[in-house]
Design a protein around this ligand. Structure first.
Ligand code: AMP
Length: 528
């Protein structure tokens, strides 16, 4: 008898779990399923990777199965709200898997694709609707859907919803839901504002908290390299090249690179491609078709490197991600935990490598305080500067990218609403990075000094030379500051990079940086 059957789930669900090869419920499933079967509301403090999708899906499907009702037109019995398109699609896919031995209609709607087809699919009504808030409201406003029959309401990734500015859409949706319903509210973090939002939806909930944020982090080997912003691209290219090479001593199976902005993500891809590293970017400015194709390629292991912004990658579950690279360090410590949670999933170990520029060091300290885990500081590979100067120049923007950019600009002039961008933050994300503090954390000055900025090839060597001089100076200064043995012996260089002699570098763990982390208390940084 499987452990799941002890939780009282209906037989077709147990069969589906068996088919999926799930033997035991995860802690969040053990804690949530019995209370949810009873019909209680739930406040869940949990991040992705804990099994929370099944934790809310299984008991909800159980309730729908054991209390069958005829479908009503343009209506649903269970509503799941997700902040992003990818997460919505993933939840719907998971739920279809759990419901594969019962007759359930599970629909999914999100922005970035034409609304007409989605509206037509909803006409006969469905059992479960998974939606992003903006597109749902668009369809409700068009009278293509009603929430009056919702019996079970799930709000997933509430903190991410707030970050994306979905607070008002959520309040509107709350007013449209029937009073009599079961509500489940999940968030990876629970600051006061999120708790207050939760109170608008849930009533006398069971509280479930699993895997405090540090737990995932503990399973990931966390490394950092201190490096100037302008050297990051070269280091990334070299590290990936070495780790992806056939027979690499320390192989990279699959990697996600996190950048702060959409433009930053595209730029990384443009640098990796001529270096022979196939990579795809996923962010809010990409069309839905491009995002889907990139994720599919990554899931099917045809593309080994995915370059993503935080928003686009949140909640994405791809197994076998061996490495997460933080090309830029987030100034909100929790975001770091979400990022590195893309690796070390389902108990596997993973490696997170953070490229830390001088102005990002306070963020690292905030992250270490949150996770309770010290990052292992690695030296730069010995031959870094020589190798960096040899890397090919970045590819030009493809005509597709140019067209996308032109379309986006046109879209903005139109108000950008018709394509449903609003529903998942497409337009929002656009305005975010554009209005962001800076692009990829680089000042104009930085960009001028870039080893391989987006510039014509013949200019690259001299830039590289200038940057090398500057970097050497930076390191000499750091050595002076750390003279009393601050250098930390590193056990190994970055994966695949040649072992380097221990070299003194500026060390965020030891150096007395006066600036307080601008992380949690401060306005969240804009991101793509
Ligand atoms: P989630 O937190 O919902 O994103 O789930 C993380 C991953 O764990 C997904 O790939 C699920 O399919 C998987 N998973 C969920 N529950 C179980 C379970 N009881 N046993 C094994 N894998 C599970």
């Amino acid at each position: 008898m499987s452990y799941f059957s002890d939780l009282g789930l209906a037989e077709p669900l147990l069969r589906a779990l068996e088919a999926k090869g799930y033997n035991d419920p995860t802690p969040i499933q053990q804690k949530s399923i019995p209370a949810l079967i009873e019909g209680r509301d739930l406040l869940g403090l949990a991040q992705t990777g804990t099994g929370k999708t099944a934790a809310f899906s299984l008991p909800s499907l159980h309730r729908l199965i054991t209390n069958p009702q005829p479908r009503k037109s343009a209506s649903c019995r269970m509503l799941v709200l997700s902040p992003t398109r990818e997460l919505a699609a993933q939840i719907a896919e998971n739920m279809r898997g759990y419901a594969k031995f019962v007759n359930m209609s599970i629909q999914c709607i999100f922005g970035g694709v034409p609304a007409g087809k989605q509206a037509r699919a909803l006409v006969p009504g469905c059992d479960v609707l998974v939606a992003t808030p903006g597109r749902l409201l668009d369809l409700i406003d068009q009278r293509a859907f009603t929430l009056r029959d919702v019996e079970i309401f799930v709000l997933d990734e509430a903190d991410q919803m707030m970050d994306l500015g979905f607070i008002n859409p959520l309040k509107r949706i709350a007013r449209l839901l029937p009073q009599q319903r079961q509500s489940l509210f999940f968030s990876a973090t629970m600051p006061q504002a999120i708790e207050a939002l939760g109170k608008q939806f849930i009533n006398n909930p069971v509280k479930v908290e699993v895997a405090p944020q540090s737990t995932t982090a503990e399973r990931v080997e966390q490394r950092a390299i201190l490096i100037s912003q302008s050297e990051k691209q070269a280091l990334l290219t070299m590290t990936l090249r070495a780790g992806l090479a056939e027979g690499a001593a320390d192989p990279i199976e699959r990697a996600i690179i996190f950048t702060r902005t959409k433009h930053g993500a595209d730029r990384v891809v443009r640098h990796l491609t001529p270096a022979g590293i196939e990579a795809a970017a996923i962010h809010g400015d990409k069309s839905q078709a491009q995002r889907t194709a990139a994720l599919k390629g990554f899931r099917e292991n045809r593309i080994k490197v995915l370059v993503a912004t935080d928003i686009a990658a949140r909640g994405i579950d791809v197994s076998g991600v061996s490495h997460v690279f933080n090309f830029e360090i987030p100034n909100v410590a929790e975001q770091y935990v979400h990022r590195i949670g893309r690796t070390a999933r389902a108990g596997a170990d993973g490696i997170a490598l953070s490229f830390v520029a001088e102005d990002e060091r306070p963020y690292i300290r905030a992250i270490e305080r949150l996770t309770g885990v010290k990052l292992k500081i690695l030296p730069l590979p010995e031959d870094f500067l020589r190798e960096a100067a040899r890397l090919p120049a970045p590819a030009k923007r493809t005509s597709g990218e140019m067209q996308d950019a032109a379309r986006r600009d046109g879209g903005r002039r139109d108000g950008g609403r018709r394509d449903g961008g609003r529903s998942e933050g497409g337009r929002r994300e656009g305005s975010r990075s554009e209005g962001g503090r800076r692009e990829g954390g680089r000042s104009n000055n930085d960009r001028r000094l870039s080893v391989h900025g987006d510039r014509p090839r013949d200019g690259a060597r001299s830039q590289g030379q200038r940057e090398a001089d500057r970097a050497r100076g930076e390191r000499r200064d750091a050595e002076r500051r750390n003279r009393d043995g601050a250098a930390r012996p590193a056990a190994a260089g970055p994966r695949g990079a040649r072992p380097a002699p221990v070299r003194s570098q500026f060390d965020p763990l030891r150096e007395n940086v006066d600036a307080a982390p601008r992380g949690n208390g401060q306005r969240r940084q804009r991101q793509g």
